[in-house]
Design a protein around this ligand. Structure first.
Ligand SMILES: [Zn+2]
Length: 191
């Protein structure tokens, strides 16, 4: 898995389009509580780890709100750009944590320049993958669809390997697979 993929502006544009599709699906389904029409209620985000040229793809989290007085329920669709309340964008949290052999000092400097994540942050992501995520109800339900089972100490690299195509295709597929964890009710707490 190649962390240089993060510098590819097209990747971030594709991720934004996927989020727009996910929001459109949710909008078409109507309010999850009363079935009324949903309004756009997007809100600003200022995530870290976004390459300079792609910031505009990450400045809004798409969200929806019921249009009916007395309900007004917020419905936040799944996202392939924002992994719950994490500060860094999803693609970074997947790709950097997937570097198999652990970052060398030289490599760390490159990563730090590219995404601005410290070694401590990167190690925290590894723990999130290998300890926290696998303890969630989402993982317990969804991991059963991956046969044979994924070797959890090898996450997230072991997850990326389960999807077909080139590095970008596999990243996109993994982010879609994870996207149910990003909605309001199922948001996975992590930094
Ligand atoms: Zn409603």
């Amino acid at each position: 898995m190649d962390a240089a993929l993060l510098a590819d502006g097209r990747l971030h544009a594709v991720l934004r389009h996927i989020d727009e599709d996910l929001a459109a699906e949710q909008r078409a389904a109507g309010c999850p509580r009363c079935g009324a029409r949903l309004h756009s209620a997007r809100y600003p985000r200022k995530p870290r780890g976004v390459p300079r040229g792609s910031r505009a793809e990450y400045d809004r989290r798409l969200s929806l709100c019921c249009a009916r007085d007395g309900c007004r329920k917020r419905a936040t669709p799944p996202s392939v750009r924002f992994l719950g309340p994490k500060v860094y964008v999803s693609a970074v949290v997947v790709l950097i944590a997937a570097l198999r052999c652990g970052p060398t000092p030289a490599r760390l400097r490159v990563l730090e320049e590219l995404v601005g994540a410290s070694r401590r942050t990167i190690l925290r992501w590894r723990r999130w993958w290998t300890e926290e995520l696998i303890a969630t109800p989402f993982w317990r339900a969804a991991a059963g669809t991956l046969m044979p089972p994924v070797a959890t100490p090898e996450l997230p690299a072991a997850l990326l390997e389960r999807f077909a195509g080139d590095a970008r295709d596999r990243l996109l597929a993994a982010l879609r697979w994870l996207s149910p964890t990003t909605t309001g009710s199922a948001a996975v707490q992590a930094t």
